[in-house]
Design a protein around this ligand. Structure first.
Ligand SMILES: Nc1ncnc2c1ncn2[C@@H]1O[C@H](COP(=O)(O)OP(=O)(O)OP(=O)(O)O)[C@@H](O)[C@H]1O
Ligand SMILES: [Mg+2]
Length: 488
């Protein structure tokens, strides 16, 4: 069969030569007719088109090849007999791909497409190359009928790329980035972000909080990830802001880890105190990727934004231009004229300025222990779309912790714990700490009893401090009354 085809091709090449000669001898219109007849004959004999995708192009790894490899990995399980399982450096699990010489038939919109995998090895003839292992050349070919060429190049290959990217993303290990000190990247020429693999075990299942609130957050996240078309329809950048607030140890950082694991997003942990000025903040933002969470922890401690705003308000008041709407005043501000400083307006631009739209699918999270200290402009809806209060541990949250730490759903001692949790403010962190088995026996009763004792101590402390507060306020009241009498 191959021999016959080779013979046919050489005959067609001969005909081509004859056609070239005819072009010079016959009138143009006649030549055009012969040419169209020729094309029809050519399509009849060989109606197939073949596209080759090499593993390397211009000495660089071809990204398209890598994406096709991911795509074919999912298709190959049904058709191909010989597969290769590989563990990529960046991958969470084993990736399966076609072995050399294998073939897969794919179908798209009812059209059959044939993929083949090839490998060739040859010795390295470069100077000193003899001692090196042989050079490997790998490539895929995609064969399809010529009449589907537009569909294949227009739609099918786009579909393969998108699917390949989705599989690559799902398999990729998550990373957590932290920003380098500006001097570090200036002098050492390193990037602005440093990263390590992110391997936090927190999930929404292990997060102790009110189940209704948890469901709301999960629904919000799911709507966000599926909202590409919606965001573009309403003309909004595809990003969402969350403000997590609450006392220490209530799970704000744990929530961030759970969100990252739920969405499989990378985390950019932005340390504002290491950022020199607004332009550096802008550069940092531009270096973040899509499908990521930008986190600013303890935003109230990171930068004295409120102080600067207060100064401005004072100035405005003296000018008799007091503006009650702090939000709009913040947006207008170009105060401080302190170019070379990180300012509130810089941060607001970071969140929703024009350059915040330079990537897609991004979540920005602020955490704070003191929500009342924050400038209203910073956390208004639209910037921080969802305000999530992480509160003290109540009974529902305790049950999640008991399941996590002791593997129990219920216990007779739960009743007393429920009663105590209604009376005292204790963080999930403190509850979790007391549920951890402290000896080898790991008996749940010991841990629960331990927790009850601690809760009782909290209760006693709370009672004492409320008594002290009462005494103090009575004394204050008395002093004020006597002062009032004196002045009257
Ligand atoms: N809601 C929670 N669900 C599960 N574990 C929690 C929760 N809250 C706290 N923990 C446990 O307590 C530890 C501390 O919690 P975390 O660091 O998330 O608190 P935080 O609110 O970020 O505190 P801070 O305000 O001090 O930063 C976590 O490692 C986790 O084990
Ligand atoms: Mg924290």
């Amino acid at each position: 069969m191959v021999d016959t085809l080779t013979e046919l091709c050489s005959k067609l090449a001969g005909l081509m030569f004859i056609l070239g000669t005819i072009q010079q001898l016959v009138p143009h219109s006649f030549y055009k007719r012969i040419k169209s007849l020729w094309h029809r004959l050519e399509n009849y004999v060989n109606p197939y088109v073949q596209i080759t995708i090499d593993e390397y192009s211009n000495n660089k790894r071809n990204e398209v090849y890598a994406l096709i490899k991911f795509y074919l990995g999912t298709k190959s399980n049904k058709d191909a007999k010989y597969l290769i399982a590989e563990m990529y450096k960046k991958s969470k699990s084993l990736a399966v791909s076609l072995d050399d010489g294998e073939e897969v038939i794919d179908e798209f919109h009812g059209v059959k497409l044939k993929w083949n995998s090839y490998k060739e090895t040859f010795p390295d003839n470069s100077p000193g190359g003899r001692s090196q292992p042989p050079i490997e050349k790998k490539w895929y070919t995609l064969t399809f009928n010529r009449k589907h060429q537009d569909m294949v190049t227009g739609q099918y290959l786009k579909h393969v790329m998108l699917e390949g990217k989705a599989i690559e993303f799902k398999n990729q290990k998550q990373k957590i980035y932290s920003n380098n000190d500006s001097e570090y990247w200036y002098w050492y020429g390193k990037g602005m972000w440093r990263h390590i693999n992110f391997e936090h075990p927190a999930t929404f299942d292990t997060l102790a909080m009110d189940p209704k609130k948890k469901e709301e957050i999960i629904n919000d996240l799911m709507a966000f990830t599926k909202g590409k078309d919606y965001y573009s329809k309403v003309g909004k950048a595809w990003k969402r802001g969350y403000l997590l607030y609450g006392p220490p140890g209530t799970g704000k950082s744990t929530m961030i880890a759970a969100i990252a694991n739920f969405l499989n997003y990378d985390i950019y942990d932005l340390e504002l105190t290491s950022v020199k000025d607004n332009s550096e903040l802008k550069k940092l933002l531009m270096e973040t990727t899509s499908k990521s969470i930008i986190v600013i922890e303890d935003i109230d401690c990171s930068i004295d934004l409120t102080g600067k705003r207060k100064k401005k308000k004072k100035k405005e008041t003296t000018n008799n231009e007091e503006d009650e709407d702090s939000d709009s005043s913040a947006e207008k501000e170009s105060y401080n004229k302190e170019s070379g400083k990180l300012t509130l307006s810089g941060l607001l631009n970071f969140i929703d300025g024009i350059w915040s739209a330079c990537g897609q699918e991004r979540i920005i999270i602020f955490t704070t222990n003191h929500v009342d200290k924050l400038d209203p402009a910073l956390i208004r809806r639209g910037r921080m779309d969802l305000h999530i209060e992480m509160s003290y541990c109540k009974y529902e949250a305790f049950k999640v912790l008991a399941r996590n730490y002791l593997c129990i759903e219920t216990h007779p001692m739960f009743q007393e714990i429920q009663r105590l949790l209604e009376e005292v403010d204790v963080s999930p962190c403190d509850v979790a700490e007391n549920l951890m088995p402290k000896n080898a026996s790991g008996m749940p009763e010991i841990c629960l009893d331990n927790l009850i004792q601690v809760l009782n101590k909290f209760k006693k402390k709370a009672r004492l401090s409320s008594k002290k507060n009462k005494k103090f306020s009575t004394r204050l009241f008395k002093t004020c009354s006597s002062l009032k009498l004196m002045f009257e």
